[in-house]
Design a protein around this ligand. Structure first.
Ligand code: PSU
Ligand code: MN
Length: 300
């Protein structure tokens, strides 16, 4: 594992660091915008007073914090594989390039001693999970990984209710940021309510600290930050594209780890950039909020 010197220094001095995933760059956002957006996400973390640590596997080595060459590789290289926790050792042994999901990013962040992580949307239980058993390893990994993930909820491509039930079973706390509604990624409200609400980054950091006292720090936390009202996707457009995307994935017999990237790409194409604009806005907001939480956690 290679920790970028800037990240290593910050960790050694107890300064705030925010982990960032790389699958969102390689498989979640369209080229060539993805590289510029990846840099903007890092800049948003810096603007919030923390050091960004984008995580990926480069030529078989886990990297915590990427230099510009590595970031470019992840963004531009068509051969980059999407890597979950179970794939980490395989790409390491093969010496190839892997972009890390929420699961594998959280796993490596925790190994490096990073407690706060920002992303767009969490993986979850797919709508046809009763037949396919398709549930993201993001959920089971969070049940044994001490990180707080700032995200805009989950996309409605998933079974949102089932995802929330699984998070409960897996002992992963879910905090709404200034809301008691679970966000639906492109939409502020997924239609599901939340039990816990925090009203500031400091309150979220306090929960993180209290986990240590309760001996529950081995479990992940989700800080659910709804997209700003001005950036929300039009509800009718959202519902139309969702229905067509699910039908298209089914007709094309997409399975396994290809399902999520297929649906994300379908949304970006079919909304002619509207979903991409929303996606960028919410990721940047999550990066800023995560930096505030990491800052409060480091100074508290
Ligand atoms: N959801 C999004 N955008 C994303 C992802 C999920 O709205 O980019 C990515 C994340 O990297 C997440 C992964 O960890 O997809 C989940 O994939 P799967 O469903 O195959 O576990
Ligand atoms: Mn899956």
């Amino acid at each position: 594992m290679l920790i970028h010197p800037e990240v290593a220094d910050a960790l050694a001095e107890g300064r705030p660091v925010v982990a960032l995933e790389s699958t969102i760059i390689s498989h979640g956002l369209p080229r060539p915008d993805n590289l510029r957006i990846a840099r903007e996400i890092e800049a948003a973390v810096r603007a919030g007073g923390a050091v960004p640590a984008t995580i990926a596997v480069i030529d078989g080595q886990a990297r915590i914090g990427l230099d510009d060459d590595a970031l470019e590789k992840v963004a531009a290289d068509l051969g980059v594989t999407k890597v979950s926790v179970r794939d980490l050792a395989v790409v390491a042994a093969m010496g190839t390039v892997g972009a890390t999901t929420v699961a594998s990013t959280a796993h490596l962040a925790a190994r490096a001693g990073i407690r706060v992580f920002a992303t767009g949307g969490l993986g979850g239980v797919h709508r046809d999970a009763r037949e396919t058993w398709d549930e993201s390893a993001d959920l089971t990994t969070l049940s044994r990984t001490p990180v707080l993930v700032v995200c805009a909820g989950v996309k409605s491509i998933l079974d949102v209710g089932a995802t929330l039930e699984r998070l409960e079973t897996l002992n992963v706390g879910v905090l709404g940021y200034r809301t008691d509604r679970f966000p639906g990624f492109y939409l502020r409200d997924s239609g599901y309510s939340l039990y816990w609400t925090v009203s500031s980054a400091a309150e979220a950091a306090e929960v993180l600290r209290a986990q240590d006292a309760m001996g529950s720090a081995g479990y992940g936390l989700v800080l659910a930050n709804p997209i700003a009202a001005a950036d929300e996707l039009d509800h009718d457009l959202h519902d139309r594209v969702l229905a067509r995307g699910l039908a298209a994935a089914d007709a094309a017999s997409i399975t396994g780890k290809d399902v999520t990237p297929y649906l994300l790409d379908f949304f970006h194409r079919e909304t002619h950039g509207a979903s991409l604009a929303a996606n960028v806005a919410l990721v940047l907001a999550n990066a800023r909020l995560a930096a505030e939480v990491a800052t409060s956690y480091a100074t508290g």
